[in-house]
Design a protein around this ligand. Sequence first.
Ligand code: BJW
Length: 249
Amino acid sequence: MFSPNTITALRSARSVVVLTGAGVSAESGVPTFRGAGGLWRTYQATSLATPEAFARDPKLVWEFYNYRREVLAPLEPNPGHYAIAAMEARVPEFTLVTQNIDNLHRIAGAKNLVELHGNIWRVRCTNSVCEHSANAQENRDVPVSPLPPRCDACDGLLRPHIVWFGEMLDPDVIRSALKATQACDFFIVAGTSAAVQPAAGMPLLARQEGAYVLEINPERTDLSEAMNESLQETSGVALPHLFEAAFGG
Ligand code: BJW
């Protein structure tokens, strides 16, 4: 399935970074953003994931996130998530950078995990002077109610702890993702359309810095041409195969 060069490079890598997107959770039943699964009611999922949508209609945006919570709550990691967690245990330095907010990597056992776009099971206060604005809190309610939810401390509006379009990523989070990307010698990008910055730039940065870069995606993307290897396969099939070929036995 993979070229011998890929297996050799992974086996000898000291430092590995894996960047994942929605496609890695597709085989668990999580809809992707772009393509057939990207609609909720009549809205494009990406059009509700904006600060403008929340300012206009916080209840509607929360209804969207309640729907997402209902979909995600019963779902479990798939063999792709588990293969990544298994790889972490076999590589001296390993960083998993995910754009996913679904928590499935953590459930699968990921330890050194960078969540670029936040986590759906956390909320924070929109009142910038409130103690709960900087410190997101866990909230596992399904559904969150009443809507829109209010902060216990200051009665401000609560929002999902998620990075929406046009919002800055947490500087510490992006710093650790970029540091790992620049330092790694093997980089895997799996299940992302690579349409959203800054995540989309990371595989190219890794390549520029001399890492071997492997893409796993059933479709070709704008990145495919620039990869050392681009495998058109689902991550639930390809990642366990990759683990077995490099570390199995
Ligand atoms: C499978 C599979 C299987 C299917 N196995 N694979 C530079 C240039 C131009 C614009 C910008 C720029 N820098 C920043 C921007 C603006 C913007 C941006 O990138 N826009 C682009 C659309 C051009 N970026 C931002 O706003 C970011 N903020 C930022 O950079 O701040 C500074 C700044 C702001 C403004 C201007 C300049 C600088 C924040 C981005 C936040 C993204 N948030 C979202 C929503 C999260 C909320 C939620 O979930 O509710 O995050 S958007 C959405 O897209 C979500 C995802 O994490 C993200 C990426 O999507 P992903 O994961 O790639 O999913 P899909 O659906 O696109 O692709 C799935 C893939 O899986 C497909 O390829 C399938 O083929 C594949 N697949 N089955 C493997 N079984």
